[in-house]
Design a protein around this ligand. Structure first.
Ligand SMILES: [Mn+2]
Length: 220
């Protein structure tokens, strides 16, 4: 079992003197979350220093497809398994997937010392073009400008906003999502998730010589 990297923060020292203390010899940033409610049962493990290992099975095929995009373009390994009461409505599972992914990434980021924090990315998918801008500074906020209506496969596309809301809260991130253009619903949705992955990859990366990435010396 790989363990998560822990960062020591000594309040008497300046941000530049923050020391990384990897708890595993391999220094990987790992986050694991198990969440069980009456509506869903989900388990996720992320390894930020990814090696292309992505296994997702939630029972909602389009959600699996989107989570895979975030992990692949985010450069992190993701194991995400679970079930939910999708016979009632996919809403619970989609929202809880955002909660669990957000918590797992937040755990892996630890106290976030040294991360790049801000990033933006564009992703095209044929005629669709999406932009995602993120700030991992523990300020949850979502600006979701995605006019998706109607079904993608069997999923009502409006419900995807619940994933993004939950992700912003549980990751502790400001996220702005804008669709610049697009016609095909599948392409529009997938472009937003690809852009999310690309933006997260940069924002979660460790900057050489970086301390707490805030002029306050403290995130949040
Ligand atoms: Mn696709």
């Amino acid at each position: 079992m790989r363990t998560r990297m822990r960062w020591r923060c000594d309040l008497n020292r300046g941000p530049r003197e923050l020391k990384a203390e990897p708890r595993s010899s391999r220094g990987l940033r790992v986050g694991e979350v198990v969440r069980k409610s009456k509506e869903t049962q989900l388990k996720a493990t992320v390894v930020l220093e990814g090696r292309g290992r992505v296994k997702v099975a939630t029972g909602l095929a389009f959600v699996d497809h989107m989570l895979e995009q975030v992990a692949r373009y985010g450069g992190f390994d993701l194991t995400f398994r679970g079930t939910g009461d999708v016979h009632v409505d996919p809403h619970h599972l989609v929202e809880d997937a955002g909660i669990v992914l957000g918590e797992a990434l937040s755990k892996a980021l630890g106290d976030r010392a040294g991360i790049t924090r801000f990033a933006s990315a564009y992703a095209p998918l044929d005629e669709a073009l999406a932009r995602v801008v993120v700030d991992l500074g523990k300020r949850p906020y979502l600006s979701y400008n995605v006019a998706l209506r109607g079904r993608i496969g069997t999923l009502e596309s409006e419900v995807l906003e619940e994933f993004w809301k939950a992700l912003s809260i549980h990751l502790g991130a400001t996220i702005h999502v804008d669709v610049i253009r697009g016609r095909n619903r599948h392409h529009i949705a997938e472009a937003t998730f690809k852009a999310l992955g690309l933006a997260l990859r940069e924002a979660m990366a460790i900057r050489p010589g970086g301390g707490v990435p805030s002029s306050k010396g403290l995130l949040g």
